[in-house]
Design a binder for this molecule. Sequence first.
Ligand SMILES: Cc1cc2nc3c(=O)[nH]c(=O)nc-3n(C[C@H](O)[C@H](O)[C@H](O)COP(=O)(O)OP(=O)(O)OC[C@H]3O[C@@H](n4cnc5c(N)ncnc54)[C@H](O)[C@@H]3O)c2cc1C
Length: 570
Amino acid sequence: MRVEEFDVLIVGAGLSGLRAGLELSKKWNVAVISKVYPVRSHSGAAQGGINAALGNLEEGKGDTPKSHAFDTVKGSDYLADQDVVMFMCEEAPKIVVEFESMGAPFSRLESGLIAQRPFGGAGFPRTCYAGDRTGHALLQTLNEQSVHNDVTFFDEFFLIDLFKVDGNITGLIALDIAEGEIVSFRAPYVILATGGFGRIFKYSTNAVINTGDGVGAAFRIGIPMQDVEFVQFHPTTLYGTNILMTEGARGEGGYLFNIDGKRFMEKTAPKAMELAPRDIVARAIETEVIGGRGFENAYVHLDLTHLGAERIKERLPGIRDISIYFAGVDPIETPIPVQAGQHYSMGGIGTKFDGDYGETDLTGLYTIGECSCLSVHGANRLGGNSLLETAVFGRYLGRKLIEKGLPTKKPSNDIKKAEEKAIDNVEILLKTWNENTGKKPVEIRNEMGEALNRNVGVYRTNNDLEKANNILPKLQKEFLNTQISTEDRRFNYGLIRTLELRSMLDIAEATAYASLWRKESRGAHFRTDYPTRHDEEYLVHSMIYRSKDGLEIKTKPVKLGIFEVKERKY
Ligand SMILES: Cc1cc2nc3c(=O)[nH]c(=O)nc-3n(C[C@H](O)[C@H](O)[C@H](O)COP(=O)(O)OP(=O)(O)OC[C@H]3O[C@@H](n4cnc5c(N)ncnc54)[C@H](O)[C@@H]3O)c2cc1C
């Protein structure tokens, strides 16, 4: 068996993994493991921008990190941990300037300063952007820096499971996708940066690779999932395809219209209008459609026609291309048909209440980026804060671990035993899948996606949530008997999809479970049977564990104390 040893293993080569790798590689022997080539990571799909209180526009002059933090906490419906948010917002200007100095091609103002645009829920225009391809620009920049700094990459290696010795992480096992070989990676520090898991839903803006493999691996080794009931539905995804139409389109001045030609946002957010936070705009769109005021009972219009051809071509070229190719609509002349769609996971791998940001309850195991729940987004993320989170906490964690130093290694015999056990378990699993006679993984995956889309959507009811809570455990059982050929493991994407489904089912089940448990409406979690926020009981993070009797929920306090908890109005 092939064994690799490093000081730190980072799983994920999106913005968070790359930024941590860059920092750590200055001192230590670091490996970045990724199931796709780094520049194909989903960070590259980010469109609208990254937030920082730079105050580069005249209207943004009064902006400060504290205003940024306030908007973020209010946007989160007060569930975000306020100290972590404050840290992120204070780091934001430094992170954007650092990206600039690494060569990231930000759009510019006439003055030469980095351009900024308004985004939902923000009191000032603070979203820095590179046209509508910001993620692509930032990912290429960090990748170039990583190559320049000789970070060791294991591209097309798939994390299967983690292993530990006495409450300490000691490594992971991965599948070399090309060779079909199972490889053991040992290290006293492991950072999970495996991105979002939107694909547990059937319809999503996420790439097919966003399947929550890191969340699943952490869960299987005993780390809880935190706040997974909070699923962000982006208000404007292209009707029928759910491809993202960036919030930047509304930031540039786009309007939303219903079939009566009304800007319906005036009903729910008379001040902020189209630039209210995403949870509010998504619900407003659903309300129009459910109320019969949508087009074809399915979508509303995102109208950019008044912005003019020049501005659309300069600031939103990707949106225009996508609309033309996928909907046959040129936004210069015709409004874009949009509907709300799954977009982002506010919850993720549970972190310690007190500890370093991103630290889990397993010593040496850390998490950053969208797979983690640190929690800076609480119950609803503001657009532009996720790219920020990835780089801020990637850099922070790199520096923090170097400051801590390398821990003493566990005895190699113990590591070997733990590693062999993990490999044996996987071998048994693959053999079982090969011999099984049950449903194909794709059938189970489709049913899981449908169950979530139908029952755990923008508006949630007790009945629907109970349905999801019946279907998902049943699918878990069926998965035990799923069949797939595992004999030839080279480039076996059937096998990869099945390994992904193993984690997705756990996350889907936990999402439905936590959504039924939270009997209130907060941020993106809206229960028609409990339509108001209930701070006395639910101003807490949910932590889902698996016990031998099934799923179980514990709670963790929210870190408050900087901003007063209030009602949200926009
Ligand atoms: C369409 C779209 C547009 C967006 N636009 C914006 C925006 O404008 N502004 C903003 O702030 N946010 C935006 N977001 C959100 C933001 O892009 C993401 O949250 C963020 O980029 C996630 O970065 P990450 O480093 O956590 O993970 P990712 O970039 O998703 O990277 C995950 C990495 O993990 C690896 N990985 C996963 N599983 C395994 C495994 N089993 N084994 C090995 N490797 C694995 C993958 O290969 C990949 O390298 C957008 C999201 C979407 C979907």
